[in-house]
Ligand binder design. Structure first.
Ligand code: ZN
Length: 414
């Protein structure tokens, strides 16, 4: 045990690999453009497999295109502890989102292989397909967890033709995506290192965030209904102006959530007026409402409060109101034992750590459905992400990879 806690990743090698990877789809401003299944993404994935092969790891690509490097360091027929993230990026994104976690996972396998350590599980470094949802949100991890259903791929972003062309380019096909499902009995757990994409760690000066769970998301379409009138002749006090209800709701929803649901978030991301002319009082205003919270009961309370607020604002301006529920994603809890292992690993490395919930979705929320799953975050400068401004100090990246290594060693010995 004593010698295992002394193991560290090779920071220089890790950095050299990180810089090489950032060359695939590199943009002039230092970011990357590597949408899922684009040529740059496929090139990055091929490089990842080559690198794994050079290290002496087995490689595998499953039916959902998930790329793996495997280290058989456990007993014959033993389960596998998965470590991973994603090599795809949002269009014109940053170098750290996803890439850091995949290369840290590979580095962990390389260190353990070099040391010749025998563990109670095998290890696998995974790059999941289309985490960012260029076509289908979390395509690879949903398929791997057996959560993917035919309806999830019925309306890929960008349309069927480009999705099918991309699958063909990657040597995949739609019918076999579902065969990527893992037998949960073969999976010992899932660990992921990721950048925070927020400002909490930087503000508090804490290098390691241990994720407690991913927020749940609910969304609604709200339609305020008034009456179209001549915008020049109808007196102001006699109008039934749908825009007023939608606008007043948007402003007051922000206040409501900040006052009554601290730490949770609400967003009105789209608003459309009908008929939509300079000289016509809006007859209808439809808005896209989304809110997120880390616990189901908070989502229930927010939903009730926000819908009540919409009704109040509609009444205030003499409007009708229609509400249509859309997405309903429950919060995902991260495994307690895995959180403890991350805390213990941080202590071994003498790194401060704190619990954090994640406001963004991650592959780990799907893996959590088939195995004990957990994540750690490292600080993001100014909270920038999904942008070329994304930046994490290299020492923070190294710290995160070492915590991943130590936590993997602890969990793989049970
Ligand atoms: Zn990511």
């Amino acid at each position: 045990m004593a010698e295992l806690t002394a193991l560290r990743i090779d920071a220089n090698r890790f950095r050299a690999n990180f810089e090489t990877l950032a060359g695939f789809g590199a943009t002039a401003d230092g970011g990357i453009h590597r949408p899922a299944l684009s040529q740059a993404h496929l090139d990055a994935r091929r490089w990842f497999l080559q690198l794994a092969g050079q290290i002496g790891l087995e490689t595998r690509v499953d039916e959902a295109g998930n790329h793996s490097a495997l280290l058989g360091c456990g007993p014959q027929g033993g389960r596998t502890l998965l470590l991973g993230s994603h090599l795809d990026s949002v269009p014109y994104g940053g170098r750290f989102d996803g890439a850091l976690g995949v290369l840290a996972a590979l580095e962990v396998l390389q260190v353990i292989k070099t040391e010749g350590v025998s563990l109670n599980t095998h290890l696998e470094a995974l790059d999941f397909t289309d985490e960012e949802g260029y076509f289908v949100d979390f395509l690879g991890s949903q398929a791997c967890s057996g959560v993917l259903k035919p309806e999830h791929i019925q309306a890929p972003r960008g349309g069927h033709d480009s999705f099918h062309a991309a699958l063909r380019r990657a040597g995949m096909n739609q019918a076999s995506l579902f065969s990527a499902r893992r037998d949960p009995a073969t999976v010992a757990g899932y660990l992921e290192l990721h950048i925070e994409q927020g400002t909490r760690l930087v503000e508090l000066g804490v290098p390691i965030g241990i994720v407690t769970g991913m927020v749940g998301i609910r969304s609604f379409k709200l339609r305020f209904i008034g009456r179209a009138d001549h915008a020049g002749t109808m007196p102001m006090n006699r109008r039934l102006d749908a825009a007023l209800g939608a606008s007043a709701f948007t402003l007051s929803a922000r206040e409501l959530v900040m006052d009554e649901f601290p730490g949770q978030v609400v967003n009105v991301g789209h608003m459309e007026f009908k008929p939509g002319a300079f000289n016509v009082v809006p007859q209808a205003a439809t808005l896209a409402l989304e809110f997120r919270a880390d616990e189901d009961h908070k989502l229930d309370e927010m939903e009730a409060a926000l819908l009540q607020l919409a009704a109040i604002q509609a009444r205030r301006f003499g409007l009708g109101l229609e509400t249509e529920p859309l997405v309903r994603t429950p919060p995902a809890r991260m495994n307690t034992r895995v959180q403890e292992a991350f805390a213990e690993a941080s202590q071994v490395l003498d790194l401060k750590h704190m619990p954090l919930s994640s406001g963004a979705g991650h592959d780990a929320q799907y893996l959590a459905q088939i195995c004990p799953a957990g994540m750690i975050f490292v600080p993001s400068r100014d909270g920038f992400s999904h942008s070329s401004r994304e930046f994490t100090e290299w020492q923070d990246c190294v710290n995160g990879a070492n915590v991943l290594l130590q936590a993997a060693l602890m969990l793989a010995q049970y």
